[in-house]
Design a protein around this ligand. Structure first.
Ligand code: NAD
Length: 306
C-alpha cells in the first residue's frame, strides 16, 4: 500500500480564504483585531514559528506585535509584558511561545493571561473548558490536526461520525499544548483514545500501542520516532513534529517531523508530510482564533481578568 499524502498547504489555503472573509467582516463592523506573540529566549522552533506567523498575519492584514524578551528575563518582566498586552485594545489574541526558559514558572505565566485573549487555551479557565468539551478556543495545533483529518475523511468519502465511532486514535506525546488537547478533541468525536508518552518508549511498549491505532497522531519532538514497523497496514498517520535536523554534508538545517516519512508511506493509508502537513493549517488557525477573540472581546464579561 502506498499512502495518500495529505496536502496541508491546500487545506490551509482554503481555510485562509474563510479567515480572510472573517477579517473583512470585522473591519466592516469596526472591530479591532490583532495578534501578539511573546517569545522568551531564542528557541529554534519558536523563531521559525514567529517567522511563519509574520507571513500569515501580513497576508491576512492582521496586525502582529512580536515581542521577544531576553532568555534571562525574570518572572516579573514576563508578567509585566502580559499585563501590558492584556490592557492593549489593539491586541485581541496573545500567543506565549513554548518552550519558556526553565527558570520561569510556565503555569504562573499562563495564569496571568486574560482568558478572553488566551487563544491557545493555556489559561486554566480555557484549558478546563476544553477538557469539559465546551471550548472557548481550540488550540491551533490540535485543532489543525483534527481539521486536516476531518477534511481528509470528507474527501475520501468516509462518514466522519461512523469513522470516529469505530476508530482507535493513539496520541503520542502528552504535552499541555498538543497531546492533551488532542486527546480532548478525539473524545469530542466519540473515538476510542489512547495517550502515550516517553514512558511507553522507555518500557519498550511503543509499538504495542501504536500498531493498534487506526489514526496515529505523533507529537513527541523526536525525529524518526515512528517507522513502518510501528504502524498497522492502512493506518492514518498525522505527524505534528517539527524538528531541526542538521545535514552534515551541506551544513544546513532542515525541518523534519517525528515520522520516518519514506518508510511509513509504504504501509499507511494516508500521511501528512513535514513540512507541508499540519504546520500550514496551524498558522491559519491561530489567526482564525485571533478573529474569534476580537468578537469575544465584545461579549466576555468585565469580571474576567483584563
Ligand atoms: P513537549 O516536549 O512539550 O512534549 C513532548 C511529549 O512527547 C511529552 O509528553 C513526552 O513524554 C513525549 N515523548 C518524548 N519522547 C518520546 C518518545 N521517545 N516516545 C513517546 N513519547 C515521547 O513537545 P510539544 O510542545 O508537545 O511538541 C511536540 C512536537 O510537536 C515538537 O516537535 C514540536 O516542535 C511540534 N509542534 C508542532 C506544531 C505544529 O504546528 N505542527 C505546534 C507545536 C508543536
Amino acid at each position: 500500500m502506498t499512502a495518500t499524502i495529505i496536502d496541508g498547504r491546500k487545506m490551509a489555503d482554503a481555510l485562509q480564504e474563510q479567515v480572510a472573509a472573517e477579517v473583512r467582516a470585522l473591519a466592516v463592523d469596526g472591530i479591532r483585531c490583532g495578534l501578539a506573540t511573546v517569545a522568551v529566549g531564542n528557541d529554534y522552533g519558536s523563531r521559525a514559528y514567529v517567522t511563519r506567523i509574520k507571513r500569515i498575519t501580513s497576508r491576512l492584514a492582521v496586525p502582529h506585535q512580536a515581542v521577544t524578551l531576553p532568555a534571562d528575563s525574570t518572572q516579573e518582566a514576563v508578567r509585566d509584558t502580559i499585563a501590558r498586552l492584556n490592557a492593549d485594545a489593539s491586541v485581541s489574541g496573545v500567543l506565549i511561545l513554548r518552550p519558556l526558559p526553565p527558570h520561569l514558572d510556565e503555569a504562573g505565566i499562563f495564569q496571568e493571561l486574560s482568558p478572553a485573549k488566551d487563544i491557545e487555551a493555556v489559561h486554566p479557565d480555557n484549558a478546563g473548558l476544553l477538557a469539559l468539551g465546551r471550548p472557548r478556543y481550540l488550540p491551533s495545533t490540535p485543532a489543525s490536526v483534527f481539521h486536516v483529518l476531518d477534511e481528509w475523511l470528507d474527501a475520501a468519502g468516509e462518514d466522519r461520525a461512523d469513522f470516529y465511532h469505530r476508530s482507535l486514535i493513539v496520541v503520542i506525546g502528552r504535552s499541555n499544548n498538543v497531546g492533551k488537547p488532542a486527546v480532548s478533541l478525539a473524545y469530542d468525536r466519540q473515538a476510542a483514545v489512547e495517550s502515550i508518552d516517553v514512558w511507553a518508549s522507555r518500557s519498550g511498549r511503543l509499538g504495542w500501542h501504536t500498531r493498534r491505532a487506526d489514526v496515529l497522531i505523533v507529537a513527541a519532538g523526536v525525529p524518526g520516532l515512528i517507522r513502518s514497523e510501528h504502524i498497522r497496514e492502512g493506518a492514518i498517520v498525522l505527524d505534528v513534529g517539527i524538528n531541526p535536523l542538521l545535514d552534515p554534508a551541506t551544513g544546513r538545517t532542515r525541518t523534519v517531523g517525528d515520522v520516518d516519512f519514506d518508510d511509513v508511506i509504504n504501509r499507511a493509508r494516508a500521511i501528512t508530510p513535514v513540512p507541508g502537513g499540519i504546520g500550514p493549517v496551524t498558522d491559519v488557525w491561530l489567526v482564525r482564533n485571533t478573529v474569534t477573540a476580537a468578537r469575544n472581546a465584545l461579549t466576555i464579561t468585565a469580571t474576567e481578568p483584563k
